[in-house]
Design a protein. Sequence first.
Length: 367
Amino acid sequence: MEKMVTKLRTARFLGFALTLGVAWAHGQTPGPSPEKKSGDVFKNLKVLNDTPSDLLLPSMQFITSSLGVHCEYCHVENAFAKDDKKPKQTAREMMRMVEEINRTKFQGKQEVTCYSCHRGSPKPLTVPVIADATPRLASSSVSDNPRDVANQPSSHDVLSKYITARGGASALGSLTNLEERGTFESDSRRFPVELYLTKSGQSATTIHLNGTDRISAFEGTTGWIVIPGRPIRVMSSAEMDAARLDAAFQFGLDLNTIFPEIRFKEFSKLSTAKSVVLSGQRPGLPPVEMYFDITSGLVLRSVYYSTSTLGLNPIQTDYSDYRRVGAVKVPFHWTSSTPTGRFSVQITTVRVNVSIPKEVFSKPRGE
Ligand code: HEC
Ligand code: HEC
């Protein structure tokens, strides 16, 4: 079971990203929050002390993705404060170096991150790679090149085609909740899963692992995560935001109400389907990219970025197998991927507008 817990650490389930195993949770120390500084929550910080404490683990996730390593590459297992491993000490120097480069060369903007050099490897390359195909070289400044914007569709048209494809505004409007059952798959292991979602943004997910349950519950303003063998923990603001967005894509909610501004980004090809990529903008938050199938009008992919002190963590969800449930179309399959892991959900049965007991969304009983 412990092995499974480790695997699930980096998995994300319906927006419940970064379900990381963390040391502080075992003591009586209060957990991280946006108000508290990292230095007040964690034991042995020398660089990230003044950063918001709820961004410390997302920052660790960012490092892990940027270098393509496990936490244990730098940390003694379950003793994150220890400095025994050389790479952890090097990483501190690197954090200072990156901060200095951005401050002195890029007006304090986060232009250089760990990923700029590391590109998914602990050892950055120093010699250019020879590509398999004939390379295409640029002859003018990339920022001077006009973007391919011929026949650029209006985001309004793309969104109304999407609503029509999902069953139309009035059918979607009468959908108030969803009860979904199916299979959760991660690393070729499968477990039964059930999900409850309401249009007002509550959600609850239970994955039945062998004998124990992994539960996430979000009642609209607070959320909780129960991972077997670990104390119950409160969801971070990024996890709650992702949960709300996931519900929006499940319900086909009016994306204009979520994003004050939606811009055309580019055309893109996902496997065989040509798609239009729109970028949803919200003040003070990273954009959300949405890929709409040009033919069917349905959302094929969303890419969400969550903030950390060291850079953005991308989370991609690919939706497929849209099936008709009553008058609306609902995605029956999705795969959620981050640079370090992925899982999929295949739904088999969906019931709509059922009566869901309120307790489903409230704080689950921990261990
Ligand atoms: C490339 C090295 C590296 C990797 C990989 C890494 N960390 Fe860290 N981690 C650090 C460094 C360096 C610090 C100390 C930062 C400082 O001094 O401000 C740290 C600090 C921490 C702390 C605070 C410990 C304390 O109480 O002082 C926690 C918790 C932590 N990391 C968790 C993780 C988790 C979980 C992962 C895997 C997702 C991870 N780290 C991956 C380098 C790493
Ligand atoms: C400007 C380029 C650059 C950036 C940006 C950068 N690194 Fe590095 N990093 C390097 C180089 C080059 C090495 C290899 C040095 C060597 O082999 O001796 C390295 C080595 C390391 C190592 C040691 C790996 C090992 O096991 O030998 C760690 C850990 C590391 N970097 C972490 C980070 C982290 C964390 C960040 C972001 C905060 C970061 N680096 C940003 C260039 C960079």
